[in-house]
Write a protein that binds this ligand. Structure first.
Ligand SMILES: *[C@@H]1O[C@H](CO)[C@@H](O)[C@H](O)[C@H]1NC(C)=O
Ligand SMILES: *[C@@H]1O[C@H](CO)[C@@H](O)[C@H](O)[C@H]1NC(C)=O
Ligand SMILES: *[C@@H]1O[C@H](CO)[C@@H](O)[C@H](O)[C@H]1NC(C)=O
Ligand SMILES: *[C@@H]1O[C@H](CO)[C@@H](O)[C@H](O)[C@H]1NC(C)=O
Length: 466
């Protein structure tokens, strides 16, 4: 039996043309080729609900100010970030939204009831910033809230939806993140149509639509009302969980929660497990590779959350992995999911002195891609080396056929027949990460496999040859 050794090496970036959408085709999915694949990768909800505003054919990519800067933002940071997205090559790879989060606006509305940019931090105004960002070939995103105030207690857009949407459009805004704070505490039993969010979020959708400007609508109601079940008609993406924080525990918990809604994602509307923490320092490089890999595989928005003006080369390499980005931006648009979480529970740790949490040792996440390919992530959730042996039928493949395999981090092709995918995931050497030697180290590797029968097919790799 051939054995494939997957190692962890981050490779160098190559350019990728952005696949940002132009005209929108009706949501469609070609039936997956085999019953085994259809059973494993349920797509019964795919394409049912999408908001028809022509956007989000693939998950949105870009940057958002919150995870690194929180409230400490100003127009200089936003401009310099736009510059850095271009100079680092990230813009060319598809990271095109520059999204301002909370704290851009003044604490009260103006005399005519209009939102005002904070004159201390955004003295030139948002229109000038949008012009600057557009001049770089990028798009500008802004933030508001479906309540009376934003989370940082700036004016919210509740009851001001039409005026605020018109103002955003007049400034040239391309994206709105719409938060959920100060929503008047409407109690569940008082909620119309059973859902607070169903009352609060559609008015802004309609307001944005009536501006005539294409504005990406990102719902941020923290998964409270199971938005996957309804938000496809309302927004282009919907948060499925609470905010991410820059820890392994938060990131893995959120991935697991987001996984539940996999069958609802599709072109036009995506599950959103929150913005990336890659590069913010709370996880090791191997952990950040896991984070980026799983977000890509889950068709999550890829919104960078670090200071792109000042990234380490390791951070840039992770965010620039073109082949992993291609997994995320694959036109089939089917969210990958956890296929196996087997093995004994292991690598337990005390979350508190009385609360022991254990993980499923070896997890396999996978999803279908276009052109008869499959992406497979072997995700070691523990600190010890784990040996993975996956029988191909377990991920929906015909075990008697041969497949080509490409390691998307190692960037190596494995062209031999693989009746079984067998891998030992080695943990990173602790040496470069001494300061975190007490932390658990983890590994993720993405492979991509052709689904073709071996007989007369040239093995299809995960990306065109360089
Ligand atoms: C507004 O909604 C209509 C109906 O769904 C859609 O056809 C149109 O493209 C939308 N326009 C914008 C600007 O989002
Ligand atoms: C803008 O914000 C950045 C990041 O918080 C800060 O370093 C910088 O001093 C600020 N610049 C001005 C002019 O306030
Ligand atoms: C750049 O990041 C490093 C940590 O990676 C930090 O020590 C340094 O202060 C940052 N520089 C600036 C200008 O923000
Ligand atoms: C994994 O497999 C290798 C080779 O088959 C073996 O040497 C090693 O002990 C195994 N590791 C574990 C943790 O089982």
């Amino acid at each position: 039996m051939e054995v494939l050794r997957l190692r962890l090496v981050v490779a160098v970036l190559v350019l990728l043309a952005s696949s940002a959408a132009a005209a929108r085709a009706p949501p469609r999915i070609a039936p997956l080729p085999t019953a085994a694949l259809r059973r494993l990768y349920d797509t019964s909800n795919y394409g049912k609900l999408q908001l028809n505003n022509g956007l989000a054919l693939t998950p949105q990519m870009g940057w958002n100010s919150w995870n690194f800067f929180a409230c400490n933002i100003n127009e200089t940071v936003i401009r310099e970030t736009a510059d850095a997205l271009v100079s680092t090559g990230l813009a060319t790879l598809g990271y095109n939204y520059v999204n301002i989060d909370d704290c851009w606006s003044y604490v009260t509305r103006g005399k005519k009831g209009q939102l005002l940019p904070d004159p201390k931090t955004f003295p030139s105004g948002i229109k000038a910033l949008a012009d600057y960002v557009h001049g770089k070939g990028l798009k500008l995103g802004i933030y508001s809230d479906a309540g009376v105030s934003t989370c940082q207690v700036r004016p919210g857009s509740l009851f001001h939806e039409n005026d605020d949407a018109a103002l955003f459009a007049s400034w040239g805004v391309d994206y709105l993140k719409y938060d959920n704070c100060y929503n008047l505490g409407i109690k569940p039993e008082k909620r119309l149509q059973n859902s607070y969010a169903l009352v609060m979020y559609p008015p802004m959708r309609d307001a944005l639509n009536s501006t005539g400007r294409q504005i990406f609508y990102s719902l941020c109601e923290w998964g409270q009302d199971d938005p996957a079940l309804w938000a496809g008609k309302v927004g282009n993406s919907w948060r499925t969980t609470d905010d991410i924080v820059d820890t392994w525990k938060s990131m893995t918990d959120i991935a697991d929660k987001n996984n539940k809604w996999a069958s609802y994602a599709g072109p036009g509307g995506w599950n959103d497990p929150d913005m990336l923490e890659v590069g913010n320092g709370g996880m090791t490089s191997a952990e950040y590779r896991s984070h980026f890999s799983i977000w890509a595989l889950m068709k999550a928005p890829l919104l960078i959350g670090c200071d792109v003006r000042n990234m380490t080369s390791e951070t840039l390499e992770i965010l620039s992995n073109k082949e992993v980005i291609q997994v995320n931006q694959d036109p089939l648009g089917v969210q990958g999911r956890r296929i196996l979480g087997e093995g004994k529970y292991g690598c337990c740790e005390f979350i508190t002195m009385s609360n022991l949490q254990c993980n499923l040792l070896s997890q396999v996440w996978a999803g279908p891609l276009s052109e008869n390919r499959l992406v497979v992530a072997l995700w070691n959730r523990c600190s010890e080396t784990a040996n993975f042996t996956i029988k191909l039928p377990a991920v929906g493949l015909d075990g008697s056929s041969a497949y080509s395999v490409r390691d998307l981090w190692q960037k190596e092709d494995e062209l031999h027949a693989l009746p079984v995918l067998d891998a030992a995931l080695k943990m990173d050497s602790p040496a470069p990460e001494k300061k975190r030697s007490e932390r658990r180290r983890h590994a993720a590797v993405l492979g991509s496999q052709a689904l073709e029968q071996k007989s007369d097919q040239t093995p299809a790799l995960s990306s065109p040859p360089n």
